[in-house]
Design a protein around this ligand. Structure first.
Ligand SMILES: Nc1ncnc2c1ncn2[C@@H]1O[C@H](COP(=O)(O)OP(=O)(O)OP(=O)(O)O)[C@@H](O)[C@H]1O
Length: 279
């Protein structure tokens, strides 16, 4: 296939005589966003590690276009005494970034993920969700061609998930190839072009249910002193008036919610809560 950058051909992985993955054949094209779902222990992490070349297959072949920069974000980070800032500076300089660019990237990305206040805390004291954000920030200091993420949404609160989904969509639109594992089918449906399910060592395509894609969400925003209501959102039907506490409640379709979130964050609002509208 012309745009194929990674190809797995009848790949298997056996651990201690147990077959975890069997005859996996799939190809990944440049710029695709792919998710693997499956029960605990089904082999999602193993498949990501095989693609990242962190483990070797027991059978079959994995080929990748030469010169691609891969970044892999594990599900669990080692607990380190380094602060997040020290870790990011160290990893960024290993990536060959100069000090000024590194500082600018670190500031911008930590703002995007709302972790500015935690950059000087030793990583051993950070929560799983915050460590995952540090991992994503590190992976984006120098943009990779392929970003592999193991369970990036687990351990994140709803606000962080929304920010994360927004960021992944942005990276996808920039042409970065995204390959992730995820437990949450409604979240994978929002980020991924293709969802694969792993069961009994077999990898097969899973349906992206259309009903998932037509949900409505209620978004509650807190205003900051500079917050303004973006002109572009005047057509949103479920919008109430800014109340005395400077809060705003807006209902948006699944399709519109990412753009709405992006516009509101740009205009100085903070997402307080987001939930599915069942009415
Ligand atoms: N290094 C290893 N040595 C032996 N067995 C392993 C090793 N790594 C993974 N396994 C086994 O392979 C199977 C698949 O593990 P894997 O971590 O890939 O699953 P997963 O789908 O990512 O699970 P989870 O959703 O819990 O993260 C499990 O039975 C696991 O115990």
């Amino acid at each position: 296939m012309p745009d194929t950058i990674i190809a797995l051909n009848t790949v298997s992985k056996i651990y201690d005589k147990k077959t975890v993955l069997k005859d996996v054949t799939l190809s990944v094209r440049r710029g695709q966003s792919i998710a693997f779902t499956g029960h605990n222990g089904s082999g999602k992490s193993t498949l990501l590690k095989l693609i990242a070349r962190l483990v070797t297959p027991s059978g079959g072949t994995i080929t990748a276009q030469s010169g691609l920069l891969f970044h892999y974000i594990p599900e669990h980070f080692p607990k380190s005494s380094l602060t997040a800032r020290q870790y990011l500076r160290h990893m960024g300089s290993m990536d060959g970034l100069n000090k000024d660019i590194l500082k600018e990237q670190e500031e911008r990305l930590s703002e995007d993920f709302f972790i500015q206040g935690m950059l000087d805390v030793p990583m051993k004291h950070l929560s799983k969700g915050t460590l995952q954000k540090v991992g994503v920030i590190q992976a984006l200091l120098k943009k990779p061609d392929v970003l592999l993420l193991d369970e990036p949404l687990s351990g994140q609160d709803i606000e962080s998930q929304a920010v994360f989904i927004h960021k992944m969509k942005e990276l996808h639109s920039e042409g970065i190839t995204l390959i992730m594992s995820c437990h949450e089918p409604n979240l994978t449906a929002r980020i991924s072009d293709f969802v694969f399910e792993i069961e009994g060592g077999i990898v097969r395509t899973a349906d992206k249910s259309p009903s998932i894609l037509q949900r409505n969400y209620v978004l509650l925003f807190d205003g900051t002193p500079q917050a303004e209501i973006p002109l572009e959102i005047s057509h949103f039907t479920g919008m109430n008036e800014k109340n005395q506490k400077g809060r705003l409640r807006i209902t948006a379709s699944e399709h519109e919610s990412d753009r709405l979130l992006s516009l509101m964050l740009e205009k100085g609002w903070k997402l307080r809560k987001m939930y599915e509208d069942h009415i």
